[in-house]
Design a protein around this ligand. Structure first.
Ligand code: UDP
Ligand code: MN
Length: 244
């Protein structure tokens, strides 16, 4: 059987949330053997996300964990506790007999269906280019003779793994073999989440290049513009209350 792809998505309440989740579900619904772990950054799971998921047509797990207020600041990494909650749940519920691949899918990115075909064969940790990131058109691992030997990046090139969250996948068994590997808050500088995590489970020499030796962009670090609500009435004016 095909290994299950577990996509971990931190998400939080905001005007564009349902639109983002709709875009993701429309992609994920088309991927066979797919399990979506949606982790809300909130004190409880919300009705909006619950009812959205129940009719999404995507197999899913719905979790929540609230980011501490003191971490809700610029330059603090986002989605940290949410990704860790998803990892905890996988480690609890999955075992040596389960074959799967784990991938971090932020709710605002854009995913090609081909990306999932590529990552499905991840034996340990695989990598590929990410479009529209690092202040460049793309960042990518540099590959020689089928091995990752360096990085094409425009930002903080000194990082051990200068790669976006959307640029790698991990075999489920690697997560189970490394139960201590988590995303770090303490001492984690902006842009270091990926490096801090990956160095706990792999070395550059062991990375598996995907997407034609990392020469094709199959995922984009898109970011959604903040919505202008300048004309939104202060009190309810419409005759019905509508979820957006
Ligand atoms: N996120 C979250 N809580 C927040 C801010 C962001 O759970 O307070 C989620 C967000 O929905 C996304 C991920 O964390 O899935 C990364 O956030 P964002 O896309 O804003 O980061 P960037 O694109 O700047 O890396
Ligand atoms: Mn984003």
């Amino acid at each position: 059987a095909l290994p299950v792809i577990y996509a971990i998505t931190p998400t939080y309440t905001r005007t564009v949330q349902k639109a983002e989740l709709t875009r993701l579900a429309n992609t994920f619904r088309q991927v066979p053997n797919f399990h979506w772990i949606v982790v809300e950054d909130s004190y409880t799971i919300t009705d909006l996300v619950s009812s959205f998921l129940s009719t999404s047509g995507v197999q899913h797990t719905h979790l929540h964990v609230s980011t501490l207020l003191r971490y809700k600041r610029p330059r603090q990494p986002r989605g940290t506790e949410q990704r860790n909650a998803a990892l905890r749940s996988l480690r609890l519920l999955r075992s040596r007999n389960d074959s799967g691949v784990v991938f971090f899918a932020d709710d605002d990115n854009t995913y090609s269906l081909e990306l999932f075909e590529e990552m499905r064969s991840t034996r340990r940790v695989s990598v590929w280019p990410v479009g529209l990131t690092g202040g460049r058109l793309y960042e990518r691992p540099l590959v020689e003779k089928g091995r990752v030997v360096g990085w094409y990046t425009g930002w903080e090139a000194g990082r051990l793994f200068p790669i976006d969250m959307a640029g790698f996948a991990i075999n489920l068994q690697v997560l189970l073999e490394n139960p201590q590997a988590v995303f770090k808050r303490q001492g984690s500088k902006p842009g270091m989440q990926e490096t801090d995590f990956l160095k706990q489970i792999t070395r550059m020499e062991d990375l598996e290049p995907k997407a034609s030796n990392c020469t094709r962009v199959l995922v984009w670090h898109t970011r959604t513009e903040k919505v202008n609500l300048g004309n939104e009435p202060k009190k309810q004016l419409d005759s019905v209350v509508i979820e957006v």
